[in-house]
Design a protein around this ligand. Structure first.
Ligand code: CU1
Length: 529
């Protein structure tokens, strides 16, 4: 079978061992990590556009006070689907795409360990995505619960909720299979001499993220399965009338939900840890402390979940414990930020688009981290719970954190992927537009939250009108700016200046293979000294 040959990389060239499918069938049957990585990235960008369009419906409704664009029920569906699609459809698959493309290249492996399972992991995603998007079109509409799917509302919603639950199950399966693949690849397929402590930081972040995923995706699956049996099979896990408790769902959900934040953030840290050293012409500062910081963040992330639940009536001692545990995460995160800054210190800095996005990440993610520290304080959080301050906070973490670093990674590796240079002028324009409109959209939401504007509400009191107008203008600008990225990528794939093998003069095994990276990467495994 041609597919198996690809998987093990022994069989090079097209020498008559079965035929190689072309056109659509190539993509459906591919077991090549680069094809699969590209599919993940394209899927992710498509979902980013869908989820983004939904956020524009939200921002259009909030452009001015009064109900004008959509009904409150549809607005709630947009709130729910925007979040689910962005988290599970856009951000997570983007970083799995980077993992597929770059981990084998960075550790000198011929492909991912389980090449066929890799194909399956990807092809589950479009089905799961259709479940989420399709839930809008069934009687009663999609789940209007928000992405957290809290009961009792999620028990009462119509069939759209069942589709969302099934979609979440499928996404979990895909993530678990992807994680098994990543762990096995990193632990078993490293080139001779590539010890764990010589691995590029991106591989380290993914190794630890994969363990996080395997630990918490089943917890989410359990939570939504209990929801499903409460809905249809007469159980009362979350129903007080039968002896259950809706707050139990929150505990289980956030035991998944908080590590999920780091599932998104750690691979983003990994990309940043590749880009900043490359554009500083220095090795990363404090490699070992970086590895320990990633591991500490991952471990502590399991013990802070109830900081999302300060207002559910948990005991005061519990509130205090979760407050201090949450603050503790700022320590290893601070180590990372310090190391990134120290890497740049006295480096020979240049500011091409990947570096600009990395610096944007550094500045804005740190801001998001600080507003997170503000929210970790129980007394403050009780005031700010369910306000736009929280919305502003997690968009600084998710957009400025995950999306900025995904762009940093995409511009950084585009020459490796396509063999062409992207248009630097347009790339920089994309960065500055994104930076400006991102802040216009979300910075003002801090003020709205502090003034008491609640989240997930389609209408608001008159005193919030100005900041909402600014935020909506920012959102439309931000959305339109992302089309520029699509144009830059297509232009880069179609042509442009030929990229040298190591365009950035960066260290790392991936830069020793030619650009574009060949379909089969290594004839013989390289030896790393
Ligand atoms: Cu959290």
């Amino acid at each position: 079978m041609a597919a198996v040959d690809h998987a093990h990389g022994h069989e090079h060239g097209h020498d008559g061992h079965g035929h190689h499918p072309t056109g659509l069938m190539r993509w459906v049957t591919t077991t090549n990590h680069k094809d699969i990585g590209s599919m993940y990235l394209w899927f992710s960008f498509a979902m980013f556009m869908v989820g983004g369009a939904m956020s524009l419906v939200i921002r259009a409704e909030l452009f001015q006070p009064g109900l004008q664009v959509v009904s409150p029920a549809f607005y709630n569906q947009m709130i729910t689907l925007h979040a689910l699609i962005m988290v599970f459809g856009a951000i997570m698959p983007a970083f799995v795409g980077f993992a597929n493309w770059m981990i084998p290249l960075q550790i000198g492996a011929p492909d991912m360990a389980f090449a066929r399972m890799n194909n399956w992991s990807f092809w589950i995603l479009p089905v799961a995505g259709s479940m989420l998007v399709g839930s809008m079109f069934v009687p009663g509409g999609a789940s209007g619960t928000g992405w957290t799917l809290y009961p009792p509302l999620s028990i009462q919603m119509g069939m759209g909720m069942d589709m969302a639950i099934f979609g979440v199950h499928l996404l979990g399966m895909s993530s678990i299979m992807g994680s098994i693949n990543i762990i096995t690849t990193i632990l078993n397929l490293r080139a001779p001499g590539m010890t764990l402590m010589k691995m590029p930081m991106f591989c380290w972040t993914w190794l630890i993220t994969a363990y996080l995923l395997i630990a918490v995706m089943p917890v989410l699956a359990g939570a939504v399965t209990m929801l499903l049996t409460d809905r249809h099979f007469g159980t009362t896990f979350f129903d007080a009338a039968g002896g259950g408790d809706p707050v139990l769902f929150q505990h289980i959900f956030w035991f998944f939900g908080h590590p999920e934040v780091y599932i998104i953030a750690l691979p983003a840290f990994g990309v940043i840890s590749e880009v900043i050293p490359a554009f500083s012409r220095k090795p990363i500062f404090g490699y070992t402390s970086m590895v320990y910081a990633i591991a500490s963040i991952a471990i502590i992330s399991f013990f802070v979940w109830a900081h999302h639940m300060y207002t559910t009536g948990i005991p005061l001692t519990g509130q205090l414990y979760f407050m201090y545990a949450t603050m503790l995460i700022a320590v290893p995160t601070g180590v990372k930020v310090f190391n990134w800054v120290a890497t740049m210190w006295r480096g020979e800095l240049t500011f091409e688009t990947p570096m600009l996005f990395a610096l944007g990440f550094l500045f804005l993610f740190t801001l998001g981290g600080f507003s997170g520290l503000v929210l970790s304080v129980t007394a403050v959080d009780i005031m700010l719970q369910d306000t736009y301050y929280v919305v502003a906070h997690f968009h600084y973490v998710m957009v400025a954190g995950a999306v900025f670093s995904a762009y940093a990674g995409a511009y950084y590796w585009l020459p490796k992927w396509t063999g062409h240079m992207y248009d630097e002028t347009l790339g920089k324009a994309h960065f500055w537009l994104t930076l400006f409109f991102f802040n216009l959209t979300f910075f003002v939401q801090h003020f709205l939250g502090l003034a008491g504007m609640p989240r997930r509400i389609p209408d608001y009191a008159l005193q919030f009108a100005e900041f909402n107008k600014l935020s909506s203008i920012g959102a439309f600008g931000l959305g339109l700016s992302q089309l520029l990225f699509l144009y830059v990528v297509i232009k880069c794939i179609k042509g442009g200046k030929k990229a040298e093998a190591n365009v950035w003069g960066a260290p790392g095994l991936e830069w020793t293979v030619p650009s574009p990276a060949p379909y089969h990467t290594f004839e013989e495994p390289p030896v790393v000294k």
